[in-house]
Design a protein around this ligand. Structure first.
Ligand code: MG
Length: 236
Protein backbone atom coordinates (compact mmCIF):
# COMPACT_ATOMS: atom_id res chain seq x y z
CA UNK A 1 0.00 0.00 0.00
CA UNK A 2 1.30 3.47 -0.88
CA UNK A 3 2.16 5.57 2.17
CA UNK A 4 -0.68 7.85 3.21
CA UNK A 5 0.09 11.46 2.36
CA UNK A 6 -3.34 12.96 2.90
CA UNK A 7 -6.21 12.25 5.28
CA UNK A 8 -9.80 13.30 4.61
CA UNK A 9 -12.27 13.24 7.48
CA UNK A 10 -16.03 13.00 7.49
CA UNK A 11 -17.31 15.42 10.17
CA UNK A 12 -20.43 14.22 11.99
CA UNK A 13 -19.84 11.00 13.89
CA UNK A 14 -16.15 11.12 12.96
CA UNK A 15 -14.74 14.38 14.33
CA UNK A 16 -17.80 15.24 16.42
CA UNK A 17 -20.40 13.36 18.43
CA UNK A 18 -23.33 12.85 16.13
CA UNK A 19 -26.23 12.60 18.55
CA UNK A 20 -25.45 15.36 21.04
CA UNK A 21 -25.36 17.86 18.19
CA UNK A 22 -28.01 16.71 15.75
CA UNK A 23 -30.87 14.98 17.59
CA UNK A 24 -31.92 18.28 19.18
CA UNK A 25 -31.50 19.99 15.82
CA UNK A 26 -33.67 17.63 13.82
CA UNK A 27 -36.30 17.16 16.53
CA UNK A 28 -36.73 20.93 16.87
CA UNK A 29 -37.26 21.29 13.12
CA UNK A 30 -39.62 18.33 12.85
CA UNK A 31 -41.76 19.40 15.84
CA UNK A 32 -42.18 22.94 14.51
CA UNK A 33 -42.93 21.68 11.00
CA UNK A 34 -45.64 19.28 12.20
CA UNK A 35 -47.18 21.91 14.49
CA UNK A 36 -47.26 24.54 11.77
CA UNK A 37 -48.93 22.10 9.40
CA UNK A 38 -51.58 21.20 11.99
CA UNK A 39 -50.63 17.52 11.75
CA UNK A 40 -49.26 16.40 15.13
CA UNK A 41 -48.84 12.79 13.97
CA UNK A 42 -46.38 13.99 11.33
CA UNK A 43 -43.90 14.64 14.12
CA UNK A 44 -43.61 10.89 14.58
CA UNK A 45 -43.83 9.78 10.97
CA UNK A 46 -41.44 12.40 9.65
CA UNK A 47 -38.91 11.62 12.37
CA UNK A 48 -39.14 7.96 11.44
CA UNK A 49 -38.75 8.70 7.74
CA UNK A 50 -35.66 10.83 8.36
CA UNK A 51 -34.10 8.37 10.79
CA UNK A 52 -34.38 10.57 13.88
CA UNK A 53 -34.97 8.69 17.13
CA UNK A 54 -35.70 10.12 20.58
CA UNK A 55 -32.04 10.25 21.54
CA UNK A 56 -30.09 9.10 18.51
CA UNK A 57 -29.98 9.30 14.75
CA UNK A 58 -30.42 5.97 12.96
CA UNK A 59 -26.89 4.96 11.88
CA UNK A 60 -26.57 5.50 8.14
CA UNK A 61 -30.12 6.92 7.99
CA UNK A 62 -31.02 10.05 6.03
CA UNK A 63 -30.51 12.53 8.90
CA UNK A 64 -27.07 11.05 9.60
CA UNK A 65 -25.68 11.19 6.08
CA UNK A 66 -27.76 13.28 3.67
CA UNK A 67 -27.38 16.93 2.67
CA UNK A 68 -29.91 19.57 3.68
CA UNK A 69 -31.40 19.74 0.20
CA UNK A 70 -31.71 15.95 0.04
CA UNK A 71 -33.42 15.95 3.46
CA UNK A 72 -35.79 18.73 2.39
CA UNK A 73 -36.81 16.68 -0.66
CA UNK A 74 -37.44 13.58 1.50
CA UNK A 75 -39.49 15.63 4.00
CA UNK A 76 -41.50 17.31 1.26
CA UNK A 77 -42.35 14.01 -0.40
CA UNK A 78 -43.31 12.47 2.95
CA UNK A 79 -45.65 15.32 3.91
CA UNK A 80 -47.29 15.42 0.47
CA UNK A 81 -47.84 11.67 0.75
CA UNK A 82 -49.62 12.39 4.06
CA UNK A 83 -52.01 14.65 2.20
CA UNK A 84 -50.36 18.02 2.74
CA UNK A 85 -50.29 20.41 -0.19
CA UNK A 86 -46.80 21.11 -1.49
CA UNK A 87 -47.25 24.78 -0.59
CA UNK A 88 -48.18 23.92 3.00
CA UNK A 89 -45.26 21.51 3.29
CA UNK A 90 -42.75 24.05 1.97
CA UNK A 91 -44.11 26.76 4.26
CA UNK A 92 -44.07 24.54 7.33
CA UNK A 93 -40.60 23.14 6.63
CA UNK A 94 -39.47 26.78 6.42
CA UNK A 95 -41.05 27.45 9.82
CA UNK A 96 -39.32 24.33 11.10
CA UNK A 97 -35.91 25.46 9.83
CA UNK A 98 -36.35 28.83 11.56
CA UNK A 99 -37.04 26.98 14.81
CA UNK A 100 -33.88 24.86 14.48
CA UNK A 101 -31.89 24.61 17.70
CA UNK A 102 -28.46 23.02 17.73
CA UNK A 103 -27.46 20.62 20.47
CA UNK A 104 -24.05 20.64 22.11
CA UNK A 105 -21.01 20.41 19.85
CA UNK A 106 -18.61 17.82 21.29
CA UNK A 107 -15.40 16.48 19.76
CA UNK A 108 -15.24 12.71 19.44
CA UNK A 109 -12.14 12.05 21.51
CA UNK A 110 -8.94 14.09 21.44
CA UNK A 111 -9.66 15.72 18.10
CA UNK A 112 -7.65 18.95 18.34
CA UNK A 113 -4.39 17.34 19.49
CA UNK A 114 -4.78 14.45 17.04
CA UNK A 115 -5.36 16.72 14.07
CA UNK A 116 -2.40 18.86 15.10
CA UNK A 117 -0.16 15.77 15.24
CA UNK A 118 -1.39 14.39 11.91
CA UNK A 119 -0.96 17.79 10.24
CA UNK A 120 2.82 17.58 10.77
CA UNK A 121 3.26 15.14 7.89
CA UNK A 122 -0.13 14.89 6.18
CA UNK A 123 -2.33 17.16 4.11
CA UNK A 124 -5.75 17.23 5.78
CA UNK A 125 -9.25 17.75 4.42
CA UNK A 126 -12.89 17.39 5.45
CA UNK A 127 -15.70 16.01 3.28
CA UNK A 128 -19.13 16.48 4.87
CA UNK A 129 -22.78 16.49 3.85
CA UNK A 130 -23.30 19.48 6.17
CA UNK A 131 -23.50 23.05 4.91
CA UNK A 132 -20.27 25.02 4.49
CA UNK A 133 -21.12 27.83 6.92
CA UNK A 134 -21.88 25.42 9.75
CA UNK A 135 -18.97 23.13 8.90
CA UNK A 136 -16.51 26.04 9.01
CA UNK A 137 -17.97 27.24 12.29
CA UNK A 138 -17.68 23.80 13.87
CA UNK A 139 -14.09 23.30 12.67
CA UNK A 140 -13.25 26.68 14.24
CA UNK A 141 -14.93 25.68 17.50
CA UNK A 142 -12.98 22.40 17.49
CA UNK A 143 -9.79 24.41 17.07
CA UNK A 144 -8.72 22.59 13.90
CA UNK A 145 -9.84 24.85 11.04
CA UNK A 146 -6.31 26.13 10.40
CA UNK A 147 -5.09 22.58 9.75
CA UNK A 148 -7.78 21.76 7.18
CA UNK A 149 -6.45 22.53 3.68
CA UNK A 150 -9.61 21.67 1.77
CA UNK A 151 -13.29 21.36 2.56
CA UNK A 152 -16.06 19.68 0.55
CA UNK A 153 -19.60 20.46 1.77
CA UNK A 154 -23.16 19.45 0.98
CA UNK A 155 -24.20 22.87 -0.30
CA UNK A 156 -21.16 23.57 -2.48
CA UNK A 157 -23.15 22.76 -5.61
CA UNK A 158 -20.63 20.08 -6.58
CA UNK A 159 -20.77 16.32 -6.15
CA UNK A 160 -21.72 14.97 -2.71
CA UNK A 161 -21.00 11.66 -1.02
CA UNK A 162 -21.29 8.84 -2.09
CA UNK A 163 -20.07 10.30 -5.42
CA UNK A 164 -16.35 9.36 -5.50
CA UNK A 165 -15.65 12.63 -7.27
CA UNK A 166 -15.71 14.25 -3.81
CA UNK A 167 -12.45 12.46 -2.97
CA UNK A 168 -11.05 12.38 -6.50
CA UNK A 169 -11.28 16.18 -6.74
CA UNK A 170 -9.26 16.43 -3.52
CA UNK A 171 -6.59 14.07 -4.86
CA UNK A 172 -6.28 16.21 -8.00
CA UNK A 173 -6.17 19.42 -5.95
CA UNK A 174 -3.32 17.99 -3.90
CA UNK A 175 -1.54 16.34 -6.86
CA UNK A 176 -1.73 12.92 -5.18
CA UNK A 177 -2.89 9.55 -6.49
CA UNK A 178 -6.12 8.44 -4.71
CA UNK A 179 -4.15 5.54 -3.20
CA UNK A 180 -2.17 8.12 -1.21
CA UNK A 181 -5.41 9.34 0.43
CA UNK A 182 -7.07 7.87 3.50
CA UNK A 183 -10.74 8.63 4.13
CA UNK A 184 -11.96 8.39 7.72
CA UNK A 185 -15.71 8.17 8.25
CA UNK A 186 -18.48 6.54 10.25
CA UNK A 187 -21.05 5.47 7.67
CA UNK A 188 -21.51 2.96 4.88
CA UNK A 189 -21.92 5.98 2.61
CA UNK A 190 -18.40 7.08 3.59
CA UNK A 191 -17.08 3.58 2.93
CA UNK A 192 -18.74 3.45 -0.48
CA UNK A 193 -17.31 6.86 -1.36
CA UNK A 194 -13.80 5.74 -0.45
CA UNK A 195 -14.06 2.41 -2.22
CA UNK A 196 -15.35 3.97 -5.44
CA UNK A 197 -12.63 6.63 -5.34
CA UNK A 198 -9.88 4.08 -4.72
CA UNK A 199 -8.72 5.55 -1.41
CA UNK A 200 -8.13 3.73 1.85
CA UNK A 201 -10.92 3.76 4.42
CA UNK A 202 -10.87 3.72 8.20
CA UNK A 203 -14.23 3.40 9.99
CA UNK A 204 -14.88 5.27 13.23
CA UNK A 205 -17.12 3.21 15.50
CA UNK A 206 -17.71 5.21 18.65
CA UNK A 207 -20.80 3.51 20.06
CA UNK A 208 -20.46 0.09 21.64
CA UNK A 209 -23.02 -2.56 20.77
CA UNK A 210 -25.48 -4.16 23.20
CA UNK A 211 -22.99 -6.81 24.34
CA UNK A 212 -20.41 -4.19 25.11
CA UNK A 213 -18.72 -5.17 21.86
CA UNK A 214 -18.62 -2.88 18.85
CA UNK A 215 -21.84 -3.47 16.94
CA UNK A 216 -20.28 -4.28 13.59
CA UNK A 217 -18.71 -7.08 11.54
CA UNK A 218 -14.98 -7.48 11.01
CA UNK A 219 -13.36 -4.56 9.15
CA UNK A 220 -12.83 -6.63 6.02
CA UNK A 221 -16.51 -7.62 5.98
CA UNK A 222 -17.58 -4.00 6.27
CA UNK A 223 -15.04 -3.02 3.62
CA UNK A 224 -12.86 -0.98 5.95
CA UNK A 225 -9.09 -1.23 6.32
CA UNK A 226 -9.43 -0.71 10.08
CA UNK A 227 -11.80 0.29 12.87
CA UNK A 228 -11.02 3.01 15.39
CA UNK A 229 -13.07 4.23 18.35
CA UNK A 230 -11.84 7.75 17.67
CA UNK A 231 -9.35 9.42 15.34
CA UNK A 232 -6.82 9.54 18.19
CA UNK A 233 -5.98 5.93 17.27
CA UNK A 234 -4.58 7.16 13.94
CA UNK A 235 -1.56 8.61 15.75
CA UNK A 236 1.01 6.02 16.70
MG1 MG B 1 -20.75 10.86 9.51
Amino acid sequence: MAPVAAIVFDKDGTLTELNSRWVTFFRSIIAATAADGGDPDAEHTLAERLGVGADHLVPGGPAAVKTESELMAIALEHLVNRGWTADQAITSIGVGLEAATFGRLAPLGAVASTVEALAVDHVLGVATSDNRANARSELEQLGIAHHISALRCGDDGGPVKPDPEVLRSLSREWGLEPTRLLFVGDSEQDRDTARAAGTGFVAVVAEPGSEGEPDHPAPSVFGADAWVASIAELVD
